[in-house]
Design a protein around this ligand. Sequence first.
Ligand code: SR1
Ligand code: MG
Length: 428
Amino acid sequence: MTDATTQPVANQPIAKAFNEETLKSYIAGQPHLHKIFNNDLSRVQITEIGDGNLNFVFFVTDQNAALAMKQALPYSRMSGGARLLTCERLAFETNALKEFKRLAPQYVPSIHHFDTKQSLLVMEFLTPHIIMRKGMIEGIKYPKFADHISTYLANCLFGTSDFSLEPSKKREMVAYFSRNVELCEITERLIFTEPFINSDNNRWTRPALDEQVFALQNNAALKMRVAELKYRFLTRSEALLHADLHSGSIMVTETESKVIDPEFAVFGPMGFDIGILIGNLMINYFTQPAYANKNNNRASYQDYILNLIEEIWDGFTKKFTLLWQSQRHGGAYKNSDFSDSSTDMQQALNDALTQYLHNILQDSTGYAATEMIRRSIGRAHVLDIDMIENDALRSECEKEILSFAVSILENKQDFKSIRCFLEKISKK
Ligand code: SR1
Ligand code: MG
């Protein structure tokens, strides 16, 4: 954590936006990048992909090679320049990617190059991968995904926790990522604050959802649970989070899964990453009927999603348990401090793990519900919902999403298992 990318860039020159020409000359000036294209850029095509809320992403390709280049300018892309942001966010993303690559190499793209001054990150171009959210909207199944993402989650969350890291190392990392204040502020405001108050940034299908939105914004029990979840996000530095692990931050094929875009990375409660993921899978579940046609009512795809969530949670707990049993070399519950192999001692350790996983499940279900609400009525929506053109059909899905999420948050529950959480859908 002491290389150039960890240094603040506040006093450095502000990066200028690349265009096709300037990006080509930049590549030509970087021998290791130039070499990837055989030192010949004459057939290279450059496209700015045109999505993404904060940054610009260029695909640079010729017949034989390809790179993905991400540039973070000193403002948010979706604001068109009105909302200033420091370029340092790309350094946080780069360092988080490096950390996750170390812990879960198969599931994170490779980094080729990072340039602080140009605020440019060059990565492996993923092909034929597609954004998972788009695949799920089309009803594509990903048979290996649960295994992949549960490994990613267990390795990255355990590996950056006090169970694995020495306290001095952990504190250094917490201190570094705590400087990612601008993007954390966005997360805190967009997920935990604005959807639950009267804010001009909110938008929803009007007037169909008005009643539900006003009711949830005035629901004392729900607001207290959201406040508790926000407090836990702010105060519990359990592990380095991706912190925006939705299905748009994952690229997939039938056999591969890669987690991208950790620019919101910060230390927080482990259940936040798991919950954001589950929340987005649940949103997709509730929107499936809107994508049904006469050949496919999407019912089996809905079953697939519920199984997927169960498999992700079960895979995560199994893999986390194996790491806990064999790799507790950090400051907390260190293996060597419990060398007593008596049954009592081992039972006590198992109980501690069971309680820890139980708490992660409560956090995960809570964060899943807040994500479902903010993606339906807050500032940043998702394609699964927004692609439904028919207002009536869309609002039916949104009502289901909101009423499920409200039922999770308004009575703080003690879910014994992921199945108890999923059963709430069928009982609704
Ligand atoms: C202003 S950024 C809006 C949202 O997009 C990102 O993907 C995050 O989810 C953020 O909350
Ligand atoms: Mg993103």
